[in-house]
Design a protein around this ligand. Structure first.
Ligand SMILES: Nc1ncnc2c1ncn2[C@@H]1O[C@H](COP(=O)(O)OP(=O)(O)O)[C@@H](O)[C@H]1O
Ligand SMILES: [Mg+2]
Length: 251
C-alpha cells in the first residue's frame, strides 16, 4: 500500500510538558484512519502536527519528521500550501462571519480565482460533497453564522474541500451535532474516501468501527495499538488497555 504520510519520531511538547513522545505512524493513501483514546492522549496535537498548525502555537515545540508523499512537510518555510494539501476540520466549527457563498469560495478567491462561473461551480460542488447543498441552495447569500451547528460543521467540511485537499483531518466532528447529521457526514466521508485520505479523531468508538479501515488507539502520547478494524474490534490487540477502552471500561 502507498504511504501518503510517514510520521517518524514525532515529539510534541507545550513548554516543558511532553504530550507526544517519539511517535511513529504510517498513513496509507485512500484509507480512513480512525484515532481513538481518552481525553488528553494527544490526539488533537498529533492531528495539528500533520499540517503544521502547531507552527502558530506560542509554546508548542515539534520535533521528528513527517513526510507527505515521501517529502518532508518542513521543506518549505511557508506552510500555507501544505495546509491546502492537508485540510483540517475542527471539533467546534465556526462559519466565518460572511455568507455561505463567501465561506466556500474564500480559498479559491484568495488563490486568485475571479471567474464567477468557476466560483459558483466550486461552491456547488463542495456543498454537494459535504451534503449541505439541498439545505442551503436557496439562501447562499445568507450569513453562515445563522446555520445550525450541524450545518456549520458541514460548511467547514465544504470549505476544507474547496482547497482540493489530498488529506482531510477531522477532529471529533460529531461532538456537537445530532445523530441524523452525524450519519449524513459519515456518508459523505465514505464517499470522499475514494479520492482522498482521511484521518479522523473520534471519541465515539462505534464511529471508528463504522468508518475506519484501520484504527489507532492513543494513550499518554503514544500509540498503544494500530490495526485493521476487523482485527482491532474483534479482540486482536497488542495492549490490553485498548480492549478495555473499546469495551468502555475506562476513558
Ligand atoms: N495549547 C496547549 N497548551 C498547553 N497544553 C496543551 C495545549 N493543548 C493541549 N495540551 C495538553 O496536551 C495534552 C494532549 O492534549 P490533546 O492533544 O488536546 O489531547 P486529546 O485530543 O487526546 O484530548 C493534554 O495534557 C493537554 O492538556
Ligand atoms: Mg482533542
Amino acid at each position: 500500500m502507498n504511504k501518503k504520510i510517514e510520521i517518524k519520531n514525532l515529539t510534541v511538547n507545550y513548554g516543558t510538558k511532553d504530550v507526544i513522545h517519539k511517535l511513529n505512524l504510517d498513513i496509507y493513501q485512500n484509507e480512513v484512519l480512525a484515532i481513538i483514546g481518552p481525553a488528553n492522549s494527544g490526539k488533537s496535537s498529533l492531528l495539528r502536527s500533520l499540517n503544521r498548525m502547531m507552527d502558530f502555537h506560542p509554546t508548542a515545540k515539534v520535533s521528528g519528521d513527517i513526510k507527505l508523499d515521501g517529502e518532508s512537510i518542513y521543506i518549505d518555510e511557508d506552510s500555507t500550501f501544505l495546509r491546502r494539501r492537508i485540510g483540517m476540520v475542527s471539533p467546534l466549527p465556526v462559519g466565518l462571519p460572511m455568507s455561505i457563498r463567501e465561506n466556500v469560495t474564500y480559498a479559491p478567491r484568495m488563490a486568485g480565482c475571479k471567474d464567477q462561473k468557476e466560483l459558483d461551480f466550486i461552491m456547488e460542488d463542495c456543498l454537494k460533497k459535504a451534503a449541505l447543498w439541498d439545505e442551503v441552495k436557496d439562501r447562499l447569500d445568507g450569513l453562515a453564522t445563522k446555520l445550525s451547528g450541524g450545518q456549520q460543521q458541514r460548511l467547514t467540511i465544504a470549505r476544507a474541500l474547496s482547497h482540493h485537499p489530498e488529506v482531510l483531518c477531522l477532529d471529533e466532528f460529531s461532538i456537537a451535532i445530532d445523530p441524523v447529521t452525524t450519519m449524513k457526514i459519515e456518508a459523505v466521508l465514505h464517499e470522499l474516501k475514494k479520492n482522498m485520505t482521511i484521518v479522523m479523531v473520534t471519541n465515539v468508538i462505534n464511529q471508528a468501527k463504522r468508518l475506519g479501515d484501520r484504527t489507532a488507539m492513543m494513550l499518554h502520547g503514544s500509540i498503544l495499538d494500530l490495526d485493521d478494524n476487523e482485527k482491532l474490534f474483534n479482540g486482536v490487540v497488542k495492549d490490553q488497555r485498548t480492549k478495555e477502552y473499546i469495551e468502555g471500561l475506562f476513558g
